[in-house]
Design a protein around this ligand. Sequence first.
Ligand code: PLP
Length: 633
Amino acid sequence: SALYNVDGWGAPYFFVNDDGDVAVRPHGAATLAGQEIDLAKVVAKATGPRAAGGLGLPLPLLVRFPDVLRHRVESLNAAFDYAVRSTGYGSRYQGVYPVKCNQDRHVVEDIVEFGEPFRFGLEAGSKPELLLAMSCLAARGNPDALLVCNGYKDDAYVSLALTARAMGLNAVVVLEQEEELDIVVDASRRLGIRPVIGMRAKLRTKHAGHFGSTSGEKGKFGLNAAQILSVVGKLKSLGMLDCLQLLHFHIGSQIPTTALLSDGVGEAAQIYCELARLGAGMRVIDVGGGLGIDYDGTHSAQTDMSVAYSLEEYAAAVVAAVGRVCDRRNVPHPIICSESGRALVSHHSVLVFEAFSASSAAAPHPMVDTAFLLEGLPDDCRADYRNLMAAAVHGDYDTCALYADQLKRRCADQFKEGLLGLEHLAAVDGLCEIVARGVGCVDAAPRTYHVNLSVFTSLPDTWAIGQQFPILPIQRLRERPAVDGVLSDLTCDSDGKLTSFIGDRDSLPLHELPGHGVGGYYLGMFLGGAYQEALGGLHNLFGGPSVVRVAQSDGPHCFAVTRAAPGPSCADVLRAMQHEPEVMFEVLKQRTDDATAAALAGAFGAMPYLVFDADVSGGECSGMSSDSEGSAA
Ligand code: PLP
């Protein structure tokens, strides 16, 4: 566990149990003894053959833990509640979940349900997000819960947000651009619905990390001081200044320190107080996202992979900064809203995938027929050979490397001219390798583990922005790893690999595989519950993973799989690119006989990933409803 710093980034949810497996404490620190769930047992249950009581799902597998989500929602609210009570803050916290972080229906429904006692709401940034947020809040949300409508808006978006108000939802249309005010005023007149308006301010406080480009005067979103005053003027002239009730800002995800946070919140609180002074009906300050995650477990502000504060310290800093400014300006304390998404959903899921082969540790000693080699070489190459051997006798590493390089280059030139055959080329490579090993200058490059996964589909931020997630074997963690490896995915793309890992590592400590091409060595990617699912693409037409939802059940170490679904089949991903699998099948079937027709049909139903166990199904989980219950001890 120390090798991968599991206690650093995983606490209080993930740890290594006595069997050497990663286990989950779904209720965090409040988890009782025996309530732990062994991840390896979940994988065995989910992927095991149906004949043996498994669910027959193919890997990769996304395991969701709704109880972790509940614990995150409760912890965030408890942290703000404590900060409010302990400082005598004159109002309350009422957060929203920005659905962009993970729009999965069950994730959003869970958050709304778990957040109901806290009047927890949702934030949407597009029309489909608004539709899902509206239906979810209407079905099970607290009536006071905020529905924050951010993002670029057209008439259809604004009309939908106003419709939400007419339905009794507490929707606030947040102006991201000055021009949006006209759309809001027009739609509100046409529909006869008085809006509640928010405004996104462009702060001068700037966050310097990767996610900070959204902040500062040149940031993409928000209104500057002149635009804020212009909106106030227009609303006043329309007799609608009371509609302006919320001030929003977002200085970027992964805010590194509470010092920067206090600075930004303090600046926004001044704007809030100015708006109150100018006569707006201010009630809410929405501090946006930015509550960070400690991906590498270092608890430091030195990299984008960590943050130097806890949930409690974040909440305390926000409440203190708003309270301080409002007290000084004699403005009543507003409701504090945050749009914390990363911090709510990152921990709730684990992506499990398997390594199925690895580059060999050391290729067997090549056999080289020196006489054959020499007789085919021209004079300059023979001279290189003699110099190489002389340097090897003296163990002269640098000279060996020089002549080996020169010999290989000259031979490659000869090959390109058609003067050397493949056998000579192979013999030269073999000779140089023997010499390199002899003088101890073999490249100690990490071995490549091939994993049944698409980085582009499941860990898009790793190639897009260099994000690192904790990745480690989920078993054999009491066994010292023997290999340093990097991970290479299934796509035909040289970017489809993982070569940098938390802890500033360019390889991962791994174990020898149980066999070649059989799978069974399971790795987990942790803290990836935010952004990855929706950002992931279909590169090479690899679709999403199988998904299970796992909860604690009665009895020590018992769990129940309360929902299970296979990932998209080849037919599903083809449909996403406008192909018509049924038509394709009919066209191709005309060229088949009975045996090949069955193989063809099977391919459309198969999952795009490699399946090592024939009893594991892709496409459809025959004989099992998507709500199937399964439990295992
Ligand atoms: N709110 C807005 C407006 C955002 O742009 C974002 C993300 O970039 C968030 C909230 C979520 O932020 P975080 O992921 O830091 O929780």
